[in-house]
Design a protein around this ligand. Sequence first.
Ligand SMILES: *Cc1c(COP(=O)(O)O)cnc(C)c1O
Length: 227
Amino acid sequence: MGKLQQRLSQVQAQIRSFALSCDRDPTGIRLIAVSKTRPASDIRQAFEAGQSAFAENYLQDALQKIPALQDCNIEWHFIGRIQSNKTRAIAEHFSWVHTLASFKHARRLDEQRPAALPPLNICIQLNLTGEQSKGGIAAAALPSLLEKLAGLPHLHLRGLMTMPPATASAAQQRQVFAQLRRLRDDMNRQGHALDTLSMGMSGDMQAAICEGATMVRIGTAIFGPRT
Ligand SMILES: *Cc1c(COP(=O)(O)O)cnc(C)c1O
């Protein structure tokens, strides 16, 4: 087995054991491989080892890799910061967006989603700790954004996404993830149908899984350190 394959199956085993350790069904957690900065050849290797969902942050890079991997049946997730002049390409080339944080961007993605494609799956990014360096909306802004998104037929609202501060302790990570889960539960009690919690990276996967993650976004643990 190659190194990449080995790391991929290690991560799969970790997801399973973290899930079981907190009484969750491991099949309720999807692994999204974060392939930012990696060459298409790495993505192809991971795909051939069975990984089918990949996430990219940098649109220009992604637009090089996506056509090069057209023969692979990859589900592409966009997890970078959204800019207005990039929404068309995002709407055309991705199945999921995890980082929606404004109605303006939502409206553009909705208008620009090609009619031949299914609705674009959307997670709203929450910034629960007020870090300036991170995108996302405050929890207080979520209800009104959700109301407005309901009127956009080419978007399929799936759930919420967040990232704890890089320096957070395991206990702090869990607090942030638990807060996202409670927000999702509150919104569902108000009539929404959010089925996705996109939370957990290489350094905080265990905390995220134990607080209810349904998608983990893992880069380093699969592909090795980024240079
Ligand atoms: C880079 C990145 C990840 C993956 O981080 P790793 O620590 O490499 O697993 C996940 N989510 C987002 C939004 C990222 O930018």
